[in-house]
Design a protein around this ligand. Structure first.
Ligand code: EPZ
Length: 415
């Protein structure tokens, strides 16, 4: 429940990156050993992965500071039918990790946010190129290989998931694997760094080409996840969206925020980087802009929904082109309930800026749609009730607590 219209003022700290974390946890299974992951966000996706790992025979322990210990030396269960797998997309990383270590795995088809078709053909193509037999039947994906052999794999689309999954799968393949046309997102680099800390030989992460020289075995490691670029961007937008906002967002990697900072600056917002923090100062009603979502370093699709909320009150007409997920406009109907003037045609949304949103009863349809509605609620006049918070809990640590500490009138009514 949000009482809107209050500018956000103060300091807020960003948690560990969700989309890195959900890959690091499966990657920890590559070693017949103990791994410690630090600075993990306290979010539902982590809890779900922990439950899956436990059922596979791993020993898992998390403390309240986000340090997770994973001992997978007794891992024995390679047939994962668990319904939990369907709760998050990233469960597909278990395929790459278990294929690499055991040459065999069987898992229910992964689920995740409903934001459009979510094929995994590029993952499958890569597993096959490494020498695995892949069968998809009765809702299960079955992988099996006598041996994995390095290969030259050219991705047809720039896919974060396929890049990370194939990097993980190739760590212990014989010879060298070259992945071309890969994703360059910060979490790709983070996973590569973790793999190297476990004894892998991965080079080129963060560029278009990644080379992986297979090693015989991997060992345990202690590793700290990077800060969450999307959480940081969400607070930057929230600070900028309500006139009078002045927020210092701490624990960020400025380079990861270049595209969102540039867009906010274009909208007339003041953005100042200082070491590992960024200060965002709202200068009143924002100007309209056009945005096209692109793979990193372009404008991230995961911030498209939050910034749409901000643009509903911008001066003039904005156009958003969603080039990654064709179904990522489901928040628009909810924003319309709050008075927004938005037309969607295919992958394009045209937003006519209005003066005021009005509080309403809305529902989160996916994770970032949830964040978008929270921002809209903070901007709106009156009271907004947001339902289906479980989407938000999947990926934002203590969103309402952090916003309340910035002066927002927000409280959770029901868990
Ligand atoms: C990751 O999803 C993120 N999820 C998504 O964040 C994010 O929106 C997306 O990357 C793009 O940045 C996780 O990291 C868990 P992709 P992923 O493979 O890896 C097509 C959030 O809100 N494609 O990069 O599943 C696909 O259809 C979530 O935190 C294929 O065609 O995305 C899409 O158009 C939502 N074949 C494009 O590539 C494939 O085999 C990019 O998808 C794989 C993908």
């Amino acid at each position: 429940m949000i009482n809107g219209g209050k500018p956000l003022v103060g300091h807020v700290s960003v948690s560990g990156a969700k989309n890195a974390t959900v890959a690091l946890i499966p990657a920890a299974l590559l070693a017949n050993d103990r791994c410690v992951l630090e600075n993990l966000p306290l979010i539902r996706d982590v809890k779900v992965l922990m439950e899956i790992l436990e059922q596979m025979g791993a020993k898992v322990r998390e403390d309240e500071n986000g340090t997770l210990e994973i001992d997978s030396s007794d891992l024995n269960h390679l047939h994962i039918t668990n319904g939990k797998v369907k709760e998050l997309r990233a469960s597909y990383y278990l395929l790459g990790a278990l294929l690499a270590r055991f040459k065999e795995v069987s898992m229910a088809y992964p689920g995740g946010c409903d934001i459009g078709l979510r094929p995994i053909d590029q993952h499958v193509k890569g597993f096959r190129a490494l020498g695995a037999e892949v069968e998809i039947e009765h809702g299960m994906i079955n992988l099996k290989a006598d041996r994995l052999v390095g290969s030259h794999i050219f991705l047809d689309v720039v896919s974060v998931g396929a890049t990370i999954n194939l990097m993980i799968a190739a760590t212990m393949a014989e010879g060298t694997t070259v992945l071309e046309n890969v994703a360059k997102e910060p979490h790709v680099v983070d996973v590569a760094n973790f793999l190297n800390s476990m004894g892998a030989d991965v080079k080129g992460a963060g560029t278009d080409v990644i080379k992986i020289r297979g090693v015989e075995s991997m060992h345990g490691s202690t590793y700290m996840v990077i800060p969450d670029q999307i959480e940081a961007g969400t607070y930057m937008i929230a600070a900028a969206a309500i006139p009078g906002g002045d927020v210092v967002i701490e624990n960020v990697i400025p380079k990861h925020l270049d595209s969102i900072a540039a867009k906010l600056t274009e909208m007339g917002v003041e953005v100042q980087f200082n070491g590992d923090s960024v200060r965002v100062i709202s200068k009143g009603r924002p100007k309209c802009v056009d945005i096209k979502t692109l793979p990193y370093p372009g404008f991230p699709t995961d911030l498209q929904q939050p910034i749409t909320s901000m643009l509903t009150q911008a001066e003039g007409t904005s156009m958003i082109t969603e080039s990654i997920w064709e179904g990522r406009f489901r928040h628009v109907d909810e924003l319309k309930r709050m008075g927004a003037d938005i037309k969607v045609e295919g992958r394009v949304a045209v937003i006519e800026g209005i003066r005021d949103l009005s509080g309403s009863n809305v529902s989160a349809t996916d994770l970032r749609a949830g964040a978008a509605l929270v921002i809209a609620g903070l901007m709106a006049k009156g009271q907004t009730e947001i339902n289906n918070l479980f989407h938000i809990d999947r990926g934002y640590e203590n969103l309402e607590g952090k916003l309340a500490s910035l002066g927002a009138e927000i409280k959770r009514i029901k868990y």
